[in-house]
Design a protein around this ligand. Structure first.
Ligand code: DC
Length: 212
């Protein structure tokens, strides 16, 4: 077995892939990268500088400045940043720049857990374990709604559901690296599954590969 172990997790917004990624990274003592944050960092930089969201060369400049050590989930989790991120994520030159960073992150021992939309298909096509985490749009909207309620934020279920549907359409419909399961990905539908069960299932796939 090589001294690099890579777990690729893909799936739509609010599917639970981030939570699963963090859990696997802790269990296996592997660094974790939420690649969505890299697209969000580009979007945040453009918004902060009042720069256009539809100029690919300006967005690439911002992508070249992304520092993985400085990704701050709290700042980047903003709703407006997520929306802008899905626009810059459709730009091929931005993707190329960020994919290079993501591959470098995965390439040093002991490997890594990466989650996103194109990890198993584009970023790490040779990953040791590939997971595709999904759940129905209604279930994902319910989770987002509850998360916001728990934080004391105003949340409208229908608005969240519409937003999730729009985000799915953009992520799955774009030309460059659309969201789809890799042919050799294990599917985990978490509509009726709690995070602990999803984690246990994922661990059985990991153990299978490790014992080979
Ligand atoms: O998972 P997220 O909401 O933080 O992702 C933000 C945007 O970035 C989302 O529209 C999808 C896009 N993205 C992507 O295209 N490829 C990735 N590997 C990760 C995220």
């Amino acid at each position: 077995m090589s001294d690099i172990f890579i777990i690729a997790i893909d799936g739509p917004a609010a599917s639970g892939k981030g939570t699963l990624g963090r859990r696997l990274s802790q269990e296996l003592a592997l660094p974790h990268l939420d690649t969505g944050l890299t697209y969000r960092a580009v979007a945040h930089e453009l918004l902060r500088g009042d720069l256009p969201l539809d100029d690919e060369s300006v967005a690439v400049e911002a992508a070249l400045r992304v520092d993985l050590a400085k990704l701050d989930r709290a700042t980047l989790s903003d709703h407006a940043v997520g929306n802008a991120a899905s626009k810059v994520a459709a730009m091929p030159a931005v993707r190329r720049t960020l994919v290079e960073l993501q591959r470098d992150f995965a390439a040093s021992p002991p490997g890594a857990v990466l989650d996103g939309r194109d990890i198993g298909t584009v970023v790490c096509p040779d990953a040791d374990v590939k997971l595709y985490v999904t759940a129905s749009p209604e279930e994902r909207a319910k989770r987002r709604w509850k998360e916001m309620q728990d934080k004391g934020q105003d949340a409208d279920y229908q608005e969240i559901l519409d937003d999730i549907a729009a985000r799915d359409a953009r992520d799955m419909g774009r030309e460059d690296s659309p969201l789809r399961p890799a042919d050799d990905a294990h599917l985990l539908d978490t509509s009726q599954m709690d995070i602990e069960t999803a984690f246990q299932r994922a661990m059985t796939f990991v153990e299978m590969v490790k014992s080979r």
